[in-house]
Design a protein around this ligand. Structure first.
Ligand SMILES: O=C(O)CC[SeH]
Length: 432
């Protein structure tokens, strides 16, 4: 029974006390109802969804039921959902599409004599605008395109006052060759929520004033879904990335596309048997897609309850940390005045030499958390790029701990974790 898996690793604690998991921004366990849905689909929906006989039709129906649930979760229509292997594939699909869209637009512009993106003989390349705190699947993909001479990239810095990307800075970065703005909905380390709706409004206004290429709008909603309301249409994006393992679903994902191939362009990364309307071919992973759909159903039904619980636990955590360590000993790296942040994310630093985040976590007996993005966990020698880009001082970022709570995290868990941290700091203080 995994129902308590959410906040403990009992099977890992044969020799020591039960661990308390507070790294839900890294990944989440599958909800028990999702496990059940996946298990049933593995047993009963293994037929090829493209097969015309009844078992195949049943598998296809399961996929389309999941598509409907996922589309409802992000405020879209079922036809707007393209299933992928996860967030990295979805993000790569968006950047690939933007580059292709640029060249298609130039062909149209030249044919119709509308082209104004001449750059005085300079090589013309698609221009992408991202933020300086994006997940690596955006940052490194953009960097790769730039290194290959296939795109130019502007990485817009976040404000050190708000921790947010400033709308004006995004608009100021626009060039005649800009074809994509991609800004994450909320950051995985600070939890700060970005002004996506305002950015889309301004960029759409720019689009109205200029000839091709239309600037496409994308947000990576990986960290926001399941924690706060995410509505792609309300935000005004053309694309929105959905990542299952951040909201208690299997490790698959999806890309929301506003009218794929009609309103918004979408060019496949690879070719095959025609699945997903040729946008993302490959025989469908029915059980995992069924699980994604179930997890989306749970979000559609319980989001308000989830958000309230997460916020209560995160606030209690911050309250206890402040009470135990005192204002001169602890810094809250997620708290930027005036900026909203995710209800579950608490990024702190225990101030002082010898309290390096990784060392604190390695000494803790109960807490399982991280100093930042899991995909950076190998970078042991330097603090989080994201925190530094948000203006957190180097020595404070070096001591950062990212605590991200989940649906089953309790106040009792918080008490245990805060006591664990207090004892750990006492031990390290004696060692200093
Ligand atoms: O740990 C994170 O923040 C991202 C992992 Se995909």
């Amino acid at each position: 029974d995994y129902s308590h898996w959410g906040h403990s690793f009992s099977h890992l604690s044969e020799v020591d006390e039960e661990r308390i998991y507070m790294d839900y921004n890294a990944t989440t366990p599958m909800d028990s109802e999702v496990v059940e849905t996946v298990t049933v689909a593995i047993r009963e929906a293994w037929a090829n969804p493209s097969s015309s006989y009844l078992p195949g039709v049943k598998a296809r129906d399961i996929i389309n039921q999941a598509r409907e649930s996922v589309s409802r979760m992000v405020g879209g229509k079922p036809e707007d959902i393209i299933f992928t292997s996860g967030g990295t594939e979805a993000n790569n699909l968006v950047l690939h599409t933007a580059v292709k869209h640029f060249w298609q637009s130039r062909e149209v512009a030249e044919r119709e004599g509308l082209d104004s993106s001449q750059q005085n003989g300079r090589t013309i390349l698609p221009h992408l605008i991202i933020s300086s705190i994006e997940h690596d699947s955006i940052r490194l993909t953009a960097e790769h395109l730039e290194k290959e001479g296939k795109a130019e990239v502007t990485s817009v810095s976040v404000s050190k006052v708000t921790g947010q990307v400033e709308v004006e800075d995004v608009v100021a970065a626009v060039r005649p060759t800009t074809c994509l703005v991609s800004i994450m909905t909320a950051n995985n380390e600070t939890g700060i929520i970005m002004p996506i709706k305002e950015i889309c409004q301004k960029v759409r206004a720019v689009n109205k004033q200029r000839p091709l290429p239309r600037i496409l709008l994308h947000t990576d909603a990986a960290q926001a879904i399941g924690k706060i309301r995410v509505d792609a249409r309300d935000m005004g994006v053309d694309y929105l990335t959905i990542v299952g393992h951040k909201f208690f679903a299997p490790r698959v994902g999806a890309l929301y596309v506003n009218g794929p191939g009609t309103i918004s362009p979408l060019y496949p990364l690879f070719f095959g048997g025609g699945q997903e309307r040729n946008f993302r071919p490959g025989t469908e992973n029915t059980p995992m897609i069924a699980g994604l759909g179930k997890a989306a159903e749970l979000v559609n039904t319980h989001l308000s309850e989830y958000e309230t619980h997460l916020r209560d636990i995160r606030c209690y955590l911050e309250e206890r940390l402040l009470a135990v360590f005192g204002a001169d000993k602890i810094r809250f790296n997620s708290n930027f005045p005036g900026s909203d942040n995710l209800p579950n994310t608490c990024n702190i630093s225990i101030l002082g030499r010898g309290f390096v985040g990784r060392r604190v976590l390695a000494t803790c007996r109960r807490l399982l958390a991280s100093v930042g993005a899991a995909c950076h966990s190998g970078q042991v020698d330097r603090p989080s790029r994201i925190l530094l880009n948000c203006g957190v001082p180097y020595d404070v970022a070096t001591n950062a701990l990212r605590l991200s709570v989940g649906r089953s995290t309790s106040r009792e868990d918080v008490d245990i974790v805060v006591e664990d941290l207090k004892q750990t700091i006492d031990v390290l203080e004696r060692m200093n």
